[in-house]
Each structure stands twice: as C-alpha cells, then as structure tokens.
Write a protein that binds this ligand. Structure first.
Ligand SMILES: *Cc1c(COP(=O)(O)O)cnc(C)c1O
Length: 392
C-alpha cells in the first residue's frame, strides 16, 4: 500500500456539517432522531463529561442525545415523576434500581410473583455481591412490616404479578417500608405508567419495560426508571453512568412514536382483552381466569380501588386432565395467537408456563398466559375455540 495512491472518492463526502439544521421551510411532525457518541464543544476549556443532563446536557452520547432525553422527559410527564432515565431494556432498569440503592450487606424484599429475570438477578449476581433478596407473598399488604429489617434498603412491588397476576396493596406496603426507611420500587410495566398512578400510591421509584406498551409494536427493547426525589435521582444517575447503560436514539424515536398512540391502543386492548377473558371464564376447559378486572383474580378488590383500567396480558388456569403435551398442542393449534415472549404489541401471543416457581399459590402446570393484540376479539375467540379441541 502506498501513501500517495489517489483517493478513489471525494474525501469530503465523509465529513458532515457538525451542526445540521433542518433547511429553512422544512417542518415535520416528528421528533428528529439525534444520534451521536461524540458531542462537540466550542472550546477545549468547555470539555466535561457529566451524567447529569439537567446540569450539563449533551456532554457525551452515553448520557443521552436530544431524542433520548426527550423520551425520558415524556415518560416522566406521563408518570408525573420529576426525572426519568432511559435504559437499554426493562431488565436493565431493574438491575439499575438494585445497584443504585443496595450494596453488600443490604437486604431487599421482592414479591414471589416478580418477573422471572428479576428473581434470577436476585438469586444470582446480587447474591454474589452480598445483597440478600428475600421473596414475600404479594398479597401480604401491611403485614410486610414483619419482614422489614434495619438493613432493608429496597422493597419491590410488581402489581399485577408476572403470569399469576396478583394485585398488590402498594399503599399499605409503601407505608410500612417508609416507616422502616426503605425505598419502594415498583415494576409498573403492566400499567404502562397510565393505569396505576405509582407515586400517588406511595412508590418512590418506578420502572417500565418500554418494550411492552410504550414501544407497542414488538420492534424495540427499552426501559425507564422514574423518580421524584433528588437523592434518588443522584443515586440512579451515578449508577447508570458507572454501568454505561446507554440507550439507542433510534429505538427512542420509535418509543416516542409509540407514545403518540398509547392511549388509543390501551383503550382498544382493554376492550378486546376483556371480551376474550370473559368468554374464557365461561369455558368448561378453564378452571379460572387470572385477569385483574375479573373477581376470580387474587387482589381484584385492590385493582378496583387503585387502578383506572386493565391491560392486555392475563392468564388462564386449565382444569386438571389434559397432559402437558395436550396443553402444548392447544397452544400450537392457535393460529392468530403466536408463540413467544414479551407482550403489549399488536399481535396476540400465548405461552404455557409449566415450571413457574410459586410456593404460595401454585398452579402446577396448568397455567397458560395470553396477550391479546389488536385482532378482532371475535376472531380470537374463534381461534381459541377451535384450539380447545386439542384438550379433549
Ligand atoms: C418484559 C418485562 C420486563 C423486562 O423488560 P425487557 O425490556 O424485556 O428487558 C420487566 N418487567 C416486566 C413485568 C416485564 O413484563
């Protein structure tokens, strides 16, 4: 290779104007997608790297470009929090909360029905780091006081619980936790920050998998952590910086688009899901329907007291009789319901849970979780009806 070989192209093509602006006369309805690892400073003396975007925005892409910060600001507004950090996914948001508030020798409480990977993190990495996470009955309410210790730093709530859908008495749990000086964190993914007013019910910190309802189209992974208190903001911001939890501006731009239709999607999903759930409750194959708006769901009265609506994910518990292979055949036979993880998009999904670790209210291998999408409820009902033949 010679150094004097002619450039095969105009090198100026590789150089962009560092301050691109929309040309005069162009206006659109879309938040621009601002990408960037390097962000530029005017003078060497201005150089600084600060995670706190409120103090010094745009010092390095890791802390958020305008698109990322815009999404955070809108989630904070949606949840009526003061600050919101965007994380690469919902599980990253969970990890961030633990690592912001807990250290070696600390104790945390987690409902026995929490999102599986949260329990996995607790029993794996956190245990190795000397953080003890104890599980509790999600329906414990004010009784949680008996589990609080002088070193309890963090009390998690997740309401409804993953797959088994128990609704928690968050105000009672939060009141006891606050008396003991613990931080109350809520996984508010089900409510999308809309159906349950977390801060009004005593949460200090909320997280969501934006992957679910905010994204809304099964095409991105993002999480959020929202808080009100300045000390919590600092603890979370410093931990997020140490961990280098950057979020993609492209994914954030999709989530901003998702936010625009969140209201209509949630309203339609609620209606369609209720129609399917109520039909299932009348089927002979089904022992019980675990849907927060139905009286058969543990904690239903609290849902009526505290929530403003229900969402698209729920579970059915099948009657004894059919084998696991028959339950799998039932799920395989569904045509509109696809098989896969995650939920909150436009497509209906089904997943059997044979090995749920639930010591308090076990459902054995009878539980099938459903997510209702935007297909017509009558078509979904017909789909379930033909698939039930596999259980006979
Ligand atoms: C999906 C989910 C998460 C994790 O979100 P990811 O973006 O998939 O990492 C956390 N909590 C709950 C309740 C979830 O359903």
């Amino acid at each position: 290779m010679t150094t004097d070989s002619p450039q095969p192209f105009d090198w100026r093509l590789a150089v962009v104007d560092p301050t691109p602006r929309a040309p005069a006369g162009f206006r659109s309805l879309v938040t621009p997608t601002s990408r960037g690892s390097t962000t530029l400073f005017e003078r060497a003396a201005d150089l600084r790297d600060d995670w706190d975007a409120e103090k010094a925005p745009y010092t390095y892409g890791l802390h958020g470009t305008p698109t990322v910060l815009e999404l955070g600001a809108r989630i904070a507004q949606l949840e009526q929090g003061r600050h919101c950090f965007i994380t690469p996914g919902g599980q990253a948001a969970i990890a961030l909360i633990y690592l912001a508030f807990c250290g070696a020798g600390d104790h945390a409480l987690l409902p026995d029905t929490a999102y599986g990977p949260n329990q996995g993190l607790a029993g794996g990495l956190l245990k190795r780091l000397g953080i003890e996470v104890q599980t509790y009955d999600p329906l414990i309410g004010a009784g949680i006081a008996a589990l609080l210790r002088p070193n309890t730093r963090l009390v998690w709530c997740e309401s409804p619980g993953s797959a088994t859908m128990e609704i928690q008495d968050v105000p009672a749990i939060a009141a006891a936790a606050h008396r003991a000086g613990a931080v109350v964190a809520l996984d508010n993914t089900y409510a999308a920050g809309v159906l349950f007013d977390a801060f009004a019910h005593g949460a200090d910190v909320t997280m969501q998998a934006l992957t679910k309802y905010i994204g809304g189209h099964s095409d991105l992974l993002l999480g959020s952590v929202t808080c009100r208190d300045e000390a919590h903001y600092r603890a979370l911001g410093e931990a997020r910086n140490f961990l280098g939890m950057a979020a993609s501006p492209d994914d954030c731009s999709l989530a901003l688009r998702g936010l625009q239709t969140l209201g209509v999607r949630l309203a339609q999903l609620e209606r369609g899901t209720l129609e399917v759930a109520q039909w299932l409750a009348r089927r002979p194959e089904v022992r019980t329907v675990l849907h927060p708006a139905l009286p058969s769901c543990p904690g239903h009265e609290i849902w009526r007291r505290d929530f403003t609506g229900s969402a698209s994910v729920f579970s059915i518990v099948l009657r004894d009789g059919p084998s696991r292979a028959q339950i799998e055949a039932f799920v395989d036979r569904l045509a509109l319901f696809k098989i896969g993880y995650s939920w909150g998009g436009v497509t209906s999904l089904a997943a059997p849970y044979f090995n749920l670790r639930r010591t308090l209210r076990p459902y054995g291998d009878r539980l099938v979780r459903l997510n209702v999408g935007l297909e017509p409820p009558a078509a979904l009902i017909a789909d379930l009806e033909q698939a039930f033949a596999a259980l006979a």
